[in-house]
Design a protein around this ligand. Structure first.
Ligand SMILES: *Cc1c(COP(=O)(O)O)cnc(C)c1O
Length: 971
């Protein structure tokens, strides 16, 4: 009605309650498509509504009626969420921890905190597979490798491993491999951290290794069956021992030596490489990465050239680009599980790239002299403390040399720890008469005075730490003092002011494509929005500054979050119990299979060790099964990409007596909701096996169906895919596992802190320990927690529906230009789909790699390449990409299709065309000579949006996979 000008002033209008609801609701920020767009997009796929598209896609037989949470069902607004997280953070009590054991307080340089850890330009990147648009983080990771290599004194380092304990277990596996599995004992010195020992013991089971822990002086190799020995330097209780003779003796007996070590100590101690160690492992946490109640932190593993092909994890190498300039790339990938599957060196896929970058930048910022100064300060404070204790005479200081950890014997350790507790100080109680005190970068001289008061046990202290300083002498034996230089490369000696570091980090960041630029539609990797509200709590002191072995009553905020998150995940997955220990998807797989193994054993079925895995499975599946000592039986897929059920049935029946598990991904890795999944689960159960579901595709299940509902017994979730933890350029991740009730007693435990859970009746034993910290990388759990709590049950269900919608919308647009490989019974795809490029090899000489590289010129990261089907691209748009962004990506692919057509119809040369020449970096485009048969302008600006904003690849294609310098900066 438009009665302009008459009586407007007296009209009354009521305000709806709806209009008064908070304006900062979250689901509409995460889920891109509006209700109108949803209908339009569904219509373009031939359905009247989003729901009818989803109904046609997800089989009715597995559909959930609805998802309902007992908490957060409605979803909190962003401001309510922040409020809630602040309350949780406040429930965590930040005491000063001197516990050590591999975790230390550290000053995270604010410039690194804000510009890397809190910066989506660094944390939203993918693993640097596409080297031309990843030179920044590749350089930073190479810095990390150089740092590790220099400090350990060994030439080869990876970037990176999940934590120190699992790094030690990987080293143990290397020793086993080096000895070709012929020597079946691995010895661990009792001066290693307890969590390291337990992880190795658990891991050894799968390799059929015997782990013997022994006091250093009791170690002998008489059995002739020893493949390796693990010692710690400095030891868990602080002692610094000269292992020179020990190593010679081990080598004389044909035994490899692994040393767990500490980077800060190695700035002043003789490096393990110079002592003769074969492998060195440890954590880079205290190089500027917060403790975070256990992680995430980067662990390292260094070794000699001789064993480089046996190394686990990602390795960055120096190669050359098409113009002959040095350029970086991931190296030696043929070791990895994507190619080697069950023969891989390890199952490590997602590692700790972001944290490795932080540690590397810490070293870049401080430089070798700065690091030494920190180390000497820490050592000096420990020295002052030890001297003061001697003067006090209330306790007895151990006589051995130490770096940062002082061990004391006392009448009543608990009494002293209680006194410390009253001053908000945590000490490590080794036993009722032994305490250790570990100093770190953040300890002050006043802190030492406080400690004197505690240890004085009521006696007056008639000196101060400052007054003692001049009397302190270093206790490190001269033979163990580091003489060799380290970090001599200019990168570690140029950026010591904040401006210089800021610009260096910015320079690297600008070379890398991240979600700040465009969608990264990597099939199976679920690169979705990592919302700011989700990320904020991660760097709050209430979460960052808690030692993982601090008494749990100091971590009530964390514990409450674990309980809530566990409950939410149980509801989402249809499971009864969750373990938050595994630090990545692959470690979740390993943990889940070990749960199954422990379950069979508890029933006397020690022989059940056959694991059926479809050929289309992710490489980590067979690699993880191999680590559990399982025998792998592969089953094929049918023409539609579904598991060949008859073949599966035959395999299950043939292995009926020994069947342990099936590993299955759902929806399938081919992006299809297989109709036969319930039957598949039944076949396995009928033959005595358990069903392990790989939860990587959970984004297509949440709210619509669930692993528990479908019939799985165990499943890992990739919180860094479905539940919004950013990929960090190759980690961190979290891979918690959910289980049905009958498997709950077997979930991982921890030797230092009880992880709670279901008390195991006599015979039922937890599988052991699979990560160094009881709740894995606790610090990043707020991300997934806030995502779920803000989305609520409806927001999450909508997310799954819109993820399916977006994939179908793109598939529909692209099907006129490219064959789409697999579809469900009604012709729809799940949340991802495969574009088949195989035909273009014959018609135009074009391979998936050429398309991925040309996409860089259009400002995009290529989709998943040649997996699970060689010669294809797998696209997963996720729910958080807008229609405009989906269209832009489709436009790019359609434009590239036209470029391929030019080759097909002879207008462009088969060998010299815009695809084969891609990507086109400025250095190439602006060179004085240009000999390509297409224009510079077309090479760089093939689409209109590039005129508005252009992301420039910094280097051109690689001539060769040849490595100049395998894994460190060249001087
Ligand atoms: C990502 C992925 C994994 C492995 O997870 P990580 O966290 O990288 O170890 C396993 N299976 C599938 C299908 C995946 O996509």
């Amino acid at each position: 009605m438009s009665s302009v000008g008459f009586g407007m002033g007296c009209q009354t209008r009521s305000i709806s309650v709806e209009a008064l609801k908070p304006s900062d609701t979250f689901p509409r920020r995460h889920n891109s498509a509006t209700p109108e767009e949803q209908t339009k997009m569904a219509e373009s796929c031939g359905y009247v509504s989003l729901d009818s598209l989803v109904d046609a896609t997800v089989p009715m037989s597995i559909r959930l009626e609805s998802l309902k949470f007992s908490k957060f069902d409605e979803g909190l607004t962003e401001s309510q969420m922040i409020e809630h997280m602040m309350q949780l953070a406040a429930k965590n009590k930040v005491f000063k921890s001197y516990i050590g054991m591999g975790y230390y307080n550290t000053f995270v340089p604010p410039v690194i905190l804000r510009n890397i850890m809190e910066n989506p330009g660094w944390y939203t990147q993918y693993t640097p597979y596409q080297a031309e648009i990843a030179q920044g983080r590749l350089e930073s990771l190479l810095n990390y490798q150089t740092l590790i290599s220099d400090l350990t004194g060994l030439p080869m380092s990876n970037a990176s491993l999940l934590d120190e304990g699992t790094a030690a277990a990987e080293a143990m596996a290397m020793c086993n491999n080096i000895m070709k599995g012929k020597k079946k004992t691995f010895i661990i010195a009792s001066n290693c951290h307890p969590q390291t020992i337990d992880i190795c013991k658990t891991r050894a089971e799968g390799f059929d290794l015997k782990v013997v822990t022994a006091d250093l002086k009791d170690i002998d190799y008489k059995s002739g069956d020893v493949c390796g020995v693990l010692v710690q330097y400095p030891g868990t209780e602080g002692e610094v021992l000269d292992y020179g003779e020990f190593i010679k003796n081990a080598h004389a007996n044909g035994v490899k030596v692994v040393m767990a070590s500490d980077l800060l100590a190695l700035t002043t101690l003789k490096p393990p490489g110079e002592l003769g160690a074969d492998i060195v492992v440890g954590s880079a946490q205290r190089f500027g990465v917060p403790m975070g109640y256990g992680g995430p932190h980067a662990a390292f593993l260094a070794t000699s050239q001789e064993y480089k092909r046996m190394m686990p994890g990602r390795i960055i190498g120096v190669s050359v680009d098409a113009s002959g300039k040095p350029a970086l790339r991931m190296a030696m990938q043929t070791r990895e599980q994507h190619i080697r599957r069950d023969k891989a060196t390890s199952n490590i896929c997602t590692a700790q790239a972001l944290l490795a970058n932080m540690a590397a930048m810490f070293a870049v910022y401080h430089g070798p002299e700065g690091l030494k100064t920190i180390a000497q300060r820490v050592h000096g404070l420990a020295g002052v403390f030890a001297l003061g204790l001697k003067k006090l005479g209330t306790v007895e200081v151990q006589g051995l040399p130490f770096f940062d950890t002082v061990k004391v014997k006392c009448a009543d350790a608990h009494a002293i720890a209680d006194a410390a507790y009253k001053s908000e100080i945590n000490l490590r109680i080794v036993d009722s008469k032994t305490i250790t005190v570990s100093f770190d970068e953040t300890t002050t001289i006043e802190d030492v005075d406080k400690l004197f008061k505690v240890f004085a046990c009521g006696k007056p202290v008639n000196f101060t730490a400052a007054s003692l300083a001049p009397e302190v002498e270093t206790v490190i034996p001269s033979g163990l003092i580091r003489e060799s230089p380290f970090l001599t490369h200019p990168i570690f000696n140029s950026y010591h002011t904040e401006h210089e570091l800021l610009r260096y980090m910015q320079r690297l960041q600008s070379k890398d494509l991240s979600l700040c630029h465009s969608m990264i539609p990597l099939g199976s990797c679920t690169m979705k929005l990592n919302a700011t509200t989700e990320m904020m709590p991660v760097t709050w002191p209430g979460f960052t500054d808690i030692h993982p072995f601090a008494p749990t009553e100091q971590a009530q905020g964390y514990q409450e979050m674990f309980n809530n998150l566990g409950e939410l995940l149980c509801t989402i997955t249809g499971f009864d119990s969750f373990s938050l220990q595994p630090n990545a998807g692959a470690s979740g797989e390993y943990a889940g299979l070990m749960v199954i193994r422990a379950y069979h054993k508890s029933r006397g079925d020690h022989h059940r060790n056959v694991c059926i895995i479809p050929v289309s499975a992710h490489g980590t599946n067979p690699a993880s099964a191999a680590m559990c000592g399982m025998q792998i039986v592969a089953v094929g897929t049918d023409a539609k990409g579904n598991i060949n059920i008859e073949e599966l049935r035959k395999a299950a029946e043939a292995n009926k007596e020994n069947l342990s598990a099936l590993m299955v991904t759902y929806p399938s890795t081919h992006g299809v909701y297989e109709e036969g999944i319930d039957e598949i689960c039944k076949i396995i159960h009928d033959n005595g096996g358990q069903v392990y579901m790989d939860g990587a595709n959970m984004n297509a299940q949440v709210g619509l169906t669930s692993p528990g509902w479908i019939g799985a017994d165990v499943c890992h979730l990739n919180l860094h895919k479905t539940f919004c933890i950013p990929h960090g350029g190759g980690g961190p991740g979290m891979g918690p596992i959910g289980v049905k009730k009958h498997l709950a007693p077997f979930l991982p435990s921890h030797p230092v802190v009880s992880t709670g859970g279901i008390p195991a009746p006599d015979k039922l034993q937890p599988l052991g320990t699979i990560a160094a910290a009881p709740w894995g990388s606790a610090l990043i759990l707020p991300i997934s927690y806030t995502y779920i709590a803000m989305m609520g049950s409806k927001g999450l269900t909508d997310a799954s529906k819109i993820a399916i919608l977006n994939a179908n919308y793109m598939a529909k647009r692209l099907e006129k230009h490219y064959p789409i490989l697999f579809r469900g019974v009604n012709g729809t795809v799940a949340h991802e789909f495969i574009v088949d490029l195989r035909g273009f090899k014959n018609t135009a000489g074009i391979e998936p790699e050429d398309v991925a590289k040309r996409l860089m010129d259009y400002g995009f990261h290529g989709p998943t390449m040649s997996w699970p089907v060689p010669g294809t691209l797998m696209i997963e748009p996720t729910e958080s990409e807008s229609k405009a962004e989906l269209d832009r990506f489709c436009d790019a692919l359609i434009s590239i299709r036209n470029e391929i057509a030019q080759i097909e119809n002879g207008k462009a040369d088969v060998h010299n065309n815009v695809l084969k020449g891609a990507p086109h970096p400025p250095s190439l485009l602006m060179g004085d000579t240009w000999t390509k048969p297409y224009s510079r302008e077309y090479a760089a600006f093939p689409a209109p949006w590039l005129r508005v904003a252009k992301f420039w690849p910094t280097t051109g294609i690689y001539l060769t996979a040849f490595l100049l310098q395998p894994c460190r900066l060249n001087l």
